[in-house]
Write a protein that binds this ligand. Structure first.
Ligand SMILES: [Fe+2]
Ligand SMILES: [Fe+2]
Length: 241
């Protein structure tokens, strides 16, 4: 009974998965299956904890989503120094991903305010997830990037469901926060719906880039230009700069 109240609309979720079959990277081998299994476990936990509170969900999950890019950039940087080799643009791409995810967080914090319990979850989750992801990246950078690719698949689905909530009037379509208007160069009268659309496009781009990195590390190079288009962002993330 409790589940039926807390669980998100699983039918809507299934429909969304079916509607976008092309976005799913079919797992090959243990590394991919491990990444997918871990993602499903976290998805289940997030669905149970947040249900349809998409604003709160975005805040807590974006604090986690901004971690992998910085971990990947750090380890790639150190690897390139040790091996005295070129990074092929990976480090800046990963740092840009981390910054972009932090901007998602700075945007949604203007839309919803985390509860004290959620702030505690954020503290704990960061400590645990940073260490686990760092170790995973050291052991298998391919699995780590595949994991992020699967996380981003789920992020695209979640933001699609958030759009549905807005479109069907269950979440108010408030004016876009000023920071979002600046960062995504949106019109002055942009709304939350416009923001969720560009955030979702960012996540789709991260999804394709990370699946591409994982495939490259697995010996199947993927053209980065094949990734979903990345929305334009302000060069200076500080407003007025
Ligand atoms: Fe994000
Ligand atoms: Fe993302």
């Amino acid at each position: 009974m409790v589940n039926s109240i807390l669980a998100p609309d699983s039918q809507a979720l299934e429909e969304e998965r079916k509607a976008e079959p092309a976005i799913h990277h079919a797992p090959h081998g243990f590394s991919d299956r491990f990444a997918l299994g871990f993602t499903k476990l976290l998805r289940f936990s997030a669905d149970t904890f947040f249900a349809k509170r998409y604003g709160h969900r975005a805040i807590v999950l974006e604090t986690v989503a901004a971690v992998p890019g910085m971990v990947g950039a750090t380890i790639q940087h150190l690897t390139c120094l040790r091996r005295m080799k070129d990074d092929d643009g990976w480090i800046r791409t990963l740092m840009e991903e981390a910054e972009n995810e932090r901007m998602h967080l700075m945007t949604f914090i203007e839309v919803a305010k985390p509860t004290y319990f959620e702030r505690l979850v954020i503290q704990l989750a960061q400590g645990i997830f940073y260490i686990i992801f760092f170790l995973l990246y050291l052991v298998s950078s391919r699995t780590a990037h595949r994991l992020v690719g699967y996380f981003e698949e789920e992020a695209v689905i979640s933001y699609t469901l958030y759009l549905k909530e807005i479109d069907e009037g269950r979440s108010p379509n408030v004016p876009a926060p000023a920071i979002a208007i600046h960062y995504w160069k949106l019109p002055a009268d942009a709304t939350l719906r416009d923001v969720v659309l560009v955030v979702r496009a960012d996540e789709a781009h991260h999804r394709d880039v990370n699946h591409g990195f994982a495939s490259s590390l697995g010996g199947t190079p993927v053209e980065r230009s094949a990734a979903s288009p990345y929305p334009p962002h302000a060069a200076e993330i500080r407003m007025g700069a």
